[in-house]
Design a protein around this ligand. Structure first.
Ligand code: ADP
Ligand code: ASP
Ligand code: MG
Length: 406
């Protein structure tokens, strides 16, 4: 007997025919006494369409109402998939995030799962049913519906797998595994048989949209093996796990990513006194705004002022803008600019730790392609460069060719 959580993304359940095909596939692979939980996303582009509906009404959406709206997408697909199983003679039951016992904090639009009480899921599994759970949503302690951030159904799946102590979690999608770069951007990207949690987490954080970053974080925390594979073929895909088991460890670089959801903020002419950076970044942190690349530079000609440049997600720009305007009234910066025509390209690999020259090779690839670097940041296992948005794909290809020559 195995207990397996299988997650199917939006493109896998985009039409009634595809939903039927998913149900058939799950049943084909199921051994008689397996216990199966299926997590699904909203059908096709439903979530984008819901975002569009809200935008047609207002550009000042409240987080609460937005989550109330977005959570409906997944409720449609769980009901349809449960019906598909029933049509095939398999007892199944659908559950919203709340019914499955998924509790989150109160941060609308990007809530974090704080706990799982899957009693009802167990009851139904023990009664021999397949349980179909809505991805992407949860409920706060005070009974508010929340969503986990775009792509968050992956996180529901891994969290449920951890909560049920499943044998493993399978993420079915429209690609047949994790590649060294988005295969839609780099034609020569290579599929990997396995990748570590740490490297996948860094790739996901730095823009590899194939996995929601928080899902990999949970996988690592609970040591839950994740198998990313195609909905449309039966081949094995990529295993995300703690350590490599095969020769793949020889690769110094695992992936090259890009993230276009970036805005660059420059706060110019900040007085060079203790506590100034604290003031700016604590105000942003209080509003739950994640700040990414940060550069503080001293002016050669005026030692009493500094410039601070950093990046945030584009979705946080309106809120960050008003926070910084307020600070400006108090601190009197000499300039404040927000630029959205930028993108972050990154190279990731745990092997870069003991390998000098990776940064130089990355910058060299960009220089040879004539692409200017605006900001650089590094972690132990990644190097990121901010470039003009319209150069991002060219930059990814240039860097990928340097590390994975064809
Ligand atoms: P789903 O709806 O199944 O969750 P997503 O669109 O969220 O699917 O994720 C799958 C997509 O992720 C692929 O179609 C691919 O274009 C993109 N992607 C980005 N980076 C990578 C990568 N490194 N490896 C594989 N796919 C990637
Ligand atoms: N439906 C949500 C989205 O489109 C969640 C998901 O697909 O993972 O972002
Ligand atoms: Mg996804």
């Amino acid at each position: 007997m195995a207990l397996i959580v299988k997650k199917f993304g939006g493109s896998s359940v985009a039409t009634p025919e595809k939903i039927m095909a998913v149900a058939k596939r799950v049943l084909q692979e199921k051994n008689p006494d397996d216990k199966i939980v299926v997590v699904v996303s909203a059908m096709g582009d439903t979530t984008d369409e819901l975002v569009g509906l809200a935008a047609a009404i207002t550009d000042k959406t409240s987080g609460r109402e937005m989550d109330m709206l977005l959570a409906t997408g997944e409720q449609v697909s769980i009901a349809l998939l449960a019906m598909a199983f029933a049509e095939l003679g398999q007892p199944a039951v659908s559950m919203t995030g709340f019914q499955a016992g998924i509790a989150t904090n109160e941060t609308f639009n990007k809530a974090k799962i704080t706990g799982i009480t899957p009693d009802k899921v167990w009851q139904e599994l023990n009664a021999g049913k397949i349980v179909v759970i809505a991805g992407f949503q949860g409920l706060t302690e005070t009974g508010e519906i929340t969503t986990l951030g775009r792509g968050g159904s992956d996180t529901t799946a891994v969290a449920i797998a951890a909560g049920l102590k499943a044998d493993h979690c399978e993420i079915y999608t429209d690609v047949d595994g994790i590649y060294s770069s988005d295969p839609r951007v780099v034609a020569t990207a290579r599929r990997m048989k396995e990748i570590t949690y740490n490297e996948m987490l860094e790739m996901a954080r730095l823009g590899a949209g194939v996995m929601h970053p928080r899902s990999v974080e949970l996988g690592k925390h609970y040591d839950m093996p994740i198998h990313v594979r195609s909905t449309f073929t039966c081949d094995s895909g990529t295993f995300i796990r703690e350590e490599y088991t095969m020769e793949e460890k020889e690769f110094v670089i695992r992936g090259v990513t890009h993230d276009a959801n970036v805005a660059k903020i420059a706060v110019l002419g900040v007085p060079d006194r203790p506590g100034m950076a604290y003031k700016i970044f604590s105000a942003l942190a209080e509003a739950n705004i994640d700040v990414d690349m940060i550069v503080q530079s001293v002016r050669a000609l005026d030692k009493h002022i500094i410039d601070v440049v950093f990046t945030i997600s584009q979705g946080d720009v309106p809120q960050a803008g008003s926070i910084l305007e307020k600070l400006n009234a108090e601190m009197n910066f000499s300039g404040l600019t927000i630029e959205e025509q930028v993108a972050k390209v990154s190279v990731i690999g745990a092997g870069m730790l003991g390998n000098p020259g990776i940064a130089a090779a990355t910058f060299g690839a960009l220089a040879d392609a004539g692409i200017n670097i605006e900001v650089i940041s590094t972690s132990e296992i990644s190097i990121s460069c901010l470039v003009a948005a319209d150069k991002a794909k060219e930059a990814v290809n240039a860097i990928h060719n340097r590390f994975f020559p064809v």
